[in-house]
Design a protein around this ligand. Structure first.
Ligand SMILES: Nc1nc(=O)c2c([nH]1)NC[C@@H]1CN(c3ccc(C(=O)N[C@@H](CCC(=O)O)C(=O)O)cc3)C=[N+]21
Length: 286
């Protein structure tokens, strides 16, 4: 079998065209969605992601601002900034770029963001609402993955989805969203004994490990849908995923590439969430 490639870059582009329409209507009604991104410290990878987010936002008519803070920022200073943004009616979405410098507790920061502005979907209130299937901000990478599957009418209901990785931002929530779509979900991780025994049974395989090309074709069931969430920078500067793409393409029915796969979809979903925040739609304050 030769897999079809789900190009996230092209799909994200299509979604941005749709969103641009919607945003221009909002603007005509006097509402310009605004995203504020907070970047603490000087991590070059973070800086490049943030640039991508600003560019995508401006493409759809969402305004954005970037608050840059030094590496030495204290937790208290960051809390105060977030509280100010929480109270600012001109700011609809707040994104604090992760990872944060080690003197700052990430979970405390996430919990300081008003749930009504939590466009990352990382606040415990957002996570709880996702678990119970309520309307809320969905975390962008898992939301992007589900959108990619739906774009190709890939059946999720009744399928066995195997997730490799259990991070709070990808592995855990993508399993929850697949469960919400009636998949049977198995979580694997670094301590899983005999990983291959699980992945070979996956109809939908989600690789979010963080190790370049770790998932070779022998991990993949014939005809499986393989979603590669890895972003690994090689010594030669090239970006590669967690999946050995050339091997996967021979065996899977669908694969997502890296780059041009899940990454651009993550940003597109951030824009969707920002529009939702501007419209005040997530069930907040109830
Ligand atoms: N609060 C927070 N929210 C995030 O959503 C968040 C974060 N922190 N910290 C870092 C990760 C990483 N992330 C990416 C988004 C897009 C691409 C992306 O578009 N990648 C391009 C390639 C870009 C390149 O060439 O460097 C692609 O895969 O084709 C990658 C990575 C969002 N993150």
């Amino acid at each position: 079998m030769t897999a079809e490639i789900i190009n996230g870059k092209d799909l994200a582009q299509e979604l941005r065209i749709e969103m641009k329409e919607e945003v221009s209507e909002l603007i005509q009604n006097g509402l310009t969605p605004h995203l504020t991104v907070v970047l603490v410290g000087d991590n070059p990878a973070s800086r490049s992601y943030v640039k991508g987010k600003e560019k995508a936002a401006s493409e759809v008519g969402i305004t954005s601002s970037l608050v840059e803070l030094p590496d030495s920022t204290t937790e208290e200073e960051l809390f105060q900034l977030i509280q100010k943004l929480n109270e600012d009616p001109g700011v609809h979405g707040i994104l604090v770029q992760l990872p944060l410098p080690k003197q700052i507790r990430e979970q405390e920061v996430i919990e300081t963001i008003a749930p009504s502005k939590d466009v990352d979907g990382f606040h415990p209130i957002s996570i709880g609402r996702m678990m119970t299937g309520e309307d809320t901000f969905l975390p962008c990478t898992p939301y992007g993955i589900i959108t990619m599957l739906k774009s190709r009418d890939i059946e999720i209901e009744g399928k066995h989805a195997v997730i490799i990785g259990r991070s709070n931002i990808v592995g855990k929530p993508v399993g929850q969203l697949l469960l919400n779509e009636n998949a049977t979900v198995t979580y694997c991780h670094s301590r899983t004994d005999d990983l291959k025994a699980y992945t070979q049974k996956a109809d939908i395989l989600i690789a979010a490990i963080g190790r370049a090309n770790a998932i070779t074709s022998d991990y993949i069931k014939e005809g499986a849908v393989v979603i590669d969430v890895g972003i690994n920078r090689l010594d030669n500067g090239k970006l590669t995923g967690d999946v050995d793409f050339d091997g996967a393409i021979e065996k899977a029915s669908y694969v997502t590439p890296v780059p041009k796969g899940v990454g651009p979809m993550t940003i597109a979903m951030l824009l969707k969430n920002t529009i939702k925040a501007a419209k005040g739609l997530a069930s907040v304050g109830k």
